[in-house]
Design a protein around this ligand. Structure first.
Ligand SMILES: [Zn+2]
Length: 451
């Protein structure tokens, strides 16, 4: 075999490696226009070496994807509260087998794991996905939780311990942090050190009850985003936030105070609205199971889920859901900044209602549209606004030259019916084309413990 032949053979093998990012031309169909928040006829979208480019750059090796007039192209969805966590028998782990495929198949090309249980394992997953060795979305690495939600958290951590923890995970590629079960003193240090690293912080906080932090206090400290609920002084610090929330009147004039603080601070609310409806087992088309999601569970996990009985937490969430709907609508009307996150870990000890991560982003968007937020707005939140909130708008969120070549393609215009995002059939990540059906097929029966 001569050297020339060997070289060209090696080149062909290299082209076939999954890590090779193709030069892709996507033609036809409709494409989301981020400025008008609507779809326009698509002439051509180019992805070269994994990034969007303005035009065809001469060289050979372009693959063309021809779309029909029923096809609608959206920048890849970003899930800012995308747990990979599975808990069973009071033990938790991050699932790296099924969840990456399920997220990607649903059009989610970037995930913020919102507190990793096994950050080292998530790091390995990220490396393998980025190298093209296995399918999955980008992991916007969060590192471990900051607060008692982390198995290794010590309430006696010193200021230096917290700053070192931030620096260590920032050096390991964390792109943002999440606090849960944190004290005010520790949170202030976390925010300060993360901002020194140019990284954002979000928090699952509380009312102020039992040494917890109310979102209002965190906003004064400069936190970037808040998960789940607005907070504010309307929540009594003598009881847990959820107990307080269930009796809150979304029309209470005093809510204006906390909303104005979000506006003043340019802070984002990740309402995770849908998960409360699912946990509360609310009867709405938003929560229907269109994809038979239990088929992705292992036979063992499926049996556990099917035998689960609702608890008082499910009843509590049923009361909280309408309050959350009302407050989110009010926050939206006031001009509040909203992000999209799902918050659907697979908990096999507590019943969280039906619906698993990945699929759930379609419910989250539909839940927002159901309360009266226009669908075009919601699609903008799940793409460009999420990228801005996370501080990666230079890399993600829209189809613009130099950004990651990430897209999802669905049938029908989701601005007319948000449920059409469920019809996603093709997902492109860094110019590489994935078939949703094939990804889902390979995830069947894989999520959860085997025994
Ligand atoms: Zn969560």
């Amino acid at each position: 075999m001569n050297i020339k032949y060997l070289a060209s053979l090696l080149f062909v093998i290299w082209l076939c490696l999954p890590g090779f990012s193709q030069n892709l031309l996507v033609k036809g169909g409709w494409v989301f226009d981020t400025s008008s928040k609507s779809f326009l006829p698509n002439s051509e979208v180019y992805i070269q070496n994994g990034l969007f480019v303005d035009q065809f750059n001469g060289s050979a090796g372009w693959q063309t994807l021809d779309l029909s007039k029923e096809d609608y192209i959206l920048p890849g969805l970003i899930d800012l509260h995308a747990h990979y966590r599975v808990s069973y028998a009071n033990k938790a782990y991050d699932d790296t087998l099924a969840m990456p495929k399920i997220f990607l198949a649903n059009g989610i090309t970037s995930t913020f794991p919102a507190g990793e249980i096994e950050p080292e394992k998530m790091w390995d997953l990220q490396q393998e996905i980025d190298a093209g060795k296995r399918p999955g979305p980008r992991i916007l690495h969060s590192g471990p939780y900051f607060g008692t939600a982390a198995p290794d958290w010590n309430p006696d951590f010193t200021e230096k311990d917290i700053r070192d923890r931030v620096d260590y995970w920032a050096a390991r590629g964390a792109l943002g942090f999440k606090a849960k079960g944190i004290t005010a003193a520790h949170l202030a240090i976390l925010i300060d050190q993360a901002h020194k690293q140019n990284l954002t912080v979000t928090g699952h906080l509380n009312s102020g009850y039992r040494n917890s932090v109310n979102p209002q206090e965190a906003l004064e400290m400069g936190i970037d985003r808040i998960e789940h609920f607005l907070g504010g002084r309307l929540l009594a610090d003598s009881i847990d936030a959820y107990q307080s929330l269930k009796q809150l009147d979304p029309l209470d004039p005093r809510l204006a105070e906390i909303i104005s603080i979000y506006l003043e601070k340019d802070a984002y609310l990740d309402a995770t609205l849908g998960t409360y409806g699912a946990i509360g087992m609310v009867d709405s088309p938003v929560f229907e199971d269109w994809a038979n999601e239990n088929q992705y569970l292992t036979p063992f996990a499926r049996k556990l889920v099917e035998a689960m009985k609702p608890s008082s937490f499910n009843e509590l969430c049923a009361l909280i859901y309408p309050v959350k709907q009302g407050t989110l609508l009010r926050y939206y009307k006031a001009g509040g900044l909203i992000t999209v996150g799902t918050d659907r870990p697979l908990l096999l000890d507590n019943y969280l209602g039906a619906g698993i991560g990945g699929f759930f982003i379609h419910r989250e968007m539909a839940a927002m549209v159901e309360i009266g937020i226009p669908a075009g707005e919601v699609l903008y939140y799940a793409t460009q606004q999420n990228a801005e909130a996370f501080g990666i708008a230079d890399r993600a969120g829209s189809i613009s030259s130099g950004k990651w070549g990430d897209l999802m393609i669905m049938k029908g215009n989701p601005v007319d019916d948000i449920n059409r995002t469920r019809s996603v059939h093709t997902v492109i990540r860094g110019g590489k084309v994935f078939n949703s059906k094939e990804l889902l097929e390979s995830a069947k029966g894989k999520l959860g413990p085997e025994s």
